[in-house]
Design a protein around this ligand. Sequence first.
Ligand code: ADP
Length: 253
Amino acid sequence: MTAPLLSVRSASVSFGAFRALTDVSFDVDAGELVALIGPNGAGKTTLLNVLSGEIAPQTGSVQFDGETITGEAPHDIVARGLARTFQAAEPFQNLSVRENVMVGGVARHRMGLLSSMIGRGTAVLDHGRLRREGDEHLAAVGLADLADQPASILTAGQRRLLSIARVLASGARMLVLDEPGAGLNDREKRALGDIILSLSRAGKTILFIDHDMPLVSRLARRILVLDQGCIIADGEPADVRRNPRVLDAYLGR
Ligand code: ADP
């Protein structure tokens, strides 16, 4: 058996006297496509913040690719290949759509710049390569036609797709998507679903938050359910939908 790509062990987070996460443990294997659901205030965003290094858990640990990343800075976690989108991510309005994605790629190529400065490797910041890669990532999220447009003209749905392209540009193997479908209409949600499935088929490991059960069930083979800071279910969509604790905590309210 291979080790999981992501492993969260007994992670707990408190804000003052309030416990936002209590002993959260789960693994995600490389290549999995997992949905994270739960009622408002369940702790989903807090959990994403723990994964991406915005919040250090008071107890417990997070391992990625066999290494402990608990307490590491967000940019170091991105450099390891675990990157997320933010719900309210705003693009750089004055840059083109393509340039916004190229910015996401700079962080990765800076590693190459560093290694060339210390005499290892030959990579320097290559504008042409960043641009070509930016176009590939835009094509992957269906925004290729808008590459030269200013980001300011994008709709809310297109901004969410752009934030996924930026995460791809970071070179991430695991994508953590914070409500990528929020505020999208049905047509945009279908397109988003197709994009997430194609990224999954291309080998990306994906964990995403969404509230839309039809979308979640269409995409995910596995659903994690958080309620009041605890994982109350973890399994296939059909089982999770029938789980009495889930019905009580989430769907029945
Ligand atoms: P979800 O994303 O599932 O809606 P959150 O993780 O945003 O839930 O929040 C979980 C709980 O923790 C909520 O009750 C929220 O009010 C609380 N919380 C989140 N962040 C903070 C914070 N920085 N300070 C105090 N309480 C917080």
